[in-house]
Write a protein that binds this ligand. Structure first.
Ligand code: C5P
Length: 236
């Protein structure tokens, strides 16, 4: 699996759909990520509209609640026809198992399910001091990823620089979906551990999530194509 997933980080359905209109000609139908901002602003309807336009959707709502609530919520999300969604591994193996149960449709199919191990915005120092997690960041990420695999999940969201660590802990087929992507000639914005699409490929990411380098580009279609060239087509 090698996919470029475009983060639709917009504050309204109108803006998100106007952005997608740019990709209307040709065969390009980007895989998109709908996160909390757009989902809470526009509701489940925007997910249905984007799915109806033929886009694959990664619904990035990062659930974290008691197993029963997560099971029931995942059932609702599964009906939206998304291809992938996620939760926090910190919710425990029991919560992740409940999530998979809820996500599985009556015909046995289900969207892929990923876990967030530690947010890439969390430093090792804060994790240890504020969350009282005594282990180091690498060990914590590997352990949470193994919990996710044990629960039957398909992979994790992580930094490209952690992709190898996750593959070593969980096997080559366990998916690594990686944000924090920037072109070599661009600003980092608020991302810290960044990688170019070509770096991410070399580091073993299966999918890259790209927001502002595409959504804020003068020519978003060209920026998307550049990602495809570096990450999908260019086997370097
Ligand atoms: O604009 P940018 O490329 O930084 O967007 C990255 C996207 O990936 C955003 O939607 C952000 O919320 C998401 N993300 C992230 N780091 C994580 C998880 C999700 O940047 N650990």
């Amino acid at each position: 699996m090698k996919e470029v997933i475009v983060a639709l980080d917009f504050e309204s359905a109108e803006r998100a759909l106007a952005f997608l209109d740019r990709f209307r000609d040709g065969a390009m139908k980007p895989y998109v990520k709908i996160g909390m901002e757009l989902f809470y602003a526009a509701g489940p309807d925007i997910v249905r509209q984007v799915v109806d336009r033929g886009h694959k959707v990664f619904l990035d709502l990062k659930l974290h609640d008691i197993p029963n609530t997560v099971r029931r919520t995942m059932r609702v999300l599964s009906d939206l026809g998304v291809d992938m969604t996620n939760l926090h591994a910190a919710g425990t193996v029991a919560m992740m198992e409940a999530a998979l149960e809820g996500l599985t449709r009556p015909d046995g199919t289900r969207p892929k399910l990923l876990a967030v191990t530690q947010l890439t915005s969390t430093s090792e120092e804060r994790m240890q001091r504020e969350l009282l997690i005594g282990a180091g960041m690498a060990e914590t990420i590997a352990h949470y990823a193994k919990n996710a695999r044990e629960a039957g999940l398909d992979g994790v969201v992580c930094s490209p620089w952690e992709a190898r660590l996750v593959k070593d802990a969980c096997g080559p087929d366990f998916l690594t979906v990686t944000p924090g992507i920037r072109f070599a000639d661009a600003a980092a914005d608020d991302q810290v551990r960044i990688a170019t699409p070509a770096n991410a490929r070399a580091l073993g990411s299966d999918c890259i999530v790209v927001g502002r380098p595409i959504t804020a580009a003068e020519d978003p279609v060209a920026a998307y194509q550049r990602c495809l060239e570096e990450f999908v087509w260019n086997a370097q």
